[in-house]
Design a protein around this ligand. Structure first.
Ligand code: ZN
Length: 275
């Protein structure tokens, strides 16, 4: 699942590799998928996009927006996006292909579920997009301590650390994946209630949100996800399905995996005691 660092990486790679290219062919819904979401009729996408030049790519939370003049495609967090060289065989199943004027192809395929929406840039009619578009990214200076404190102070004190950070779009693009290393770095247990956390805990959490996401973005996303070239990201996850049999890198004790609030959480019970 794409989260903020991977969306950031994909948008950067799209800007680096396909800007200025013209879309020559659009294929939508070649492999119908129950959980692939389009804006209106997918067969109308070609009429809107063919002949247009790609002009920009931006990440908003875990979403990637690829603009072609005054039209844009928004790819949801469950979409895998790959760039294929001219002449290279495309995967058998896909939900959207953009053929470019140099023969390369951008191919989007939906994993479990995902949106492949069409709208004017910045204007997709979706509450997720609106929140991600409007709120400051943790990768920018606008996401500062005052912004973080406001999120915290508006939340119920009975919320857990996981609920605060990874639900309700409080921090768009911060999902259950990147959450694990943020909480590990902050030494906060996902189940700890806000009311039980100290001001030191809060400070460490703010710092961990900023530094962990920045490291993940700088290194091209997490190693559990793939980039535009199909390569895993360069950020080595500390706590993920990939590392779950390894000891805690801080204290050497075992890592625990538990199902909690719609997804597995990983933590070190010694370094991250429940408060
Ligand atoms: Zn530990």
């Amino acid at each position: 699942m794409l989260e903020l660092p991977e969306a950031f990486t994909l948008a950067r790679q799209l800007r680096d590799h396909v800007m200025g290219r013209t879309i020559t062919e659009v294929v939508t819904n070649a492999s119908p998928h129950k959980w692939a979401f389009f804006t209106g009729d997918p067969q109308a996408y070609a009429g809107a996009l063919v002949g247009r030049q790609l002009t920009d790519a931006q990440a908003y939370g875990g979403l990637v927006e690829l603009a072609a003049g005054d039209e844009a495609l928004v790819f949801g967090d469950g979409v895998s996006l790959r760039l294929f060289a001219a002449g290279k065989a495309l995967p058998a199943k896909h939900q959207l292909v953009l053929r470019l004027d140099d023969g390369r192809a951008l191919v989007a395929s939906v994993q479990m579920y995902g949106g492949l929406w069409l709208s004017a840039p910045g204007e997709l009619d979706s509450p997720y997009f609106a929140a991600a578009f409007r709120k400051p990214s943790p990768l920018t200076d606008a996401f500062d301590r005052a912004w973080f404190d406001a999120i915290w102070d508006e939340a119920k004190p009975t919320l857990s650390a996981k609920a605060l950070l990874a639900t309700e779009q409080r921090v768009p693009g911060l999902g259950n994946g990147v959450l694990q290393d943020i909480l590990f770095n902050a030494r906060v247990n996902p189940r700890s209630k806000l009311a039980a956390l100290s001001s030191d805990d809060r400070s460490r959490l703010f710092d961990a949100v900023k530094t962990t996401l920045a490291a993940m973005a700088d290194e091209g996303g997490r190693d559990t996800e793939k980039d535009l070239g199909g390569e895993p990201g360069g950020y080595h996850t500390v706590l993920s399905a990939k590392t779950r049999t390894l000891p805690c890198p801080r204290c050497g004790n075992g890592i625990v995996r538990q199902a909690y609030m719609g997804g597995n959480v990983y933590f070190c019970p010694t370094c991250q005691p429940v408060r």
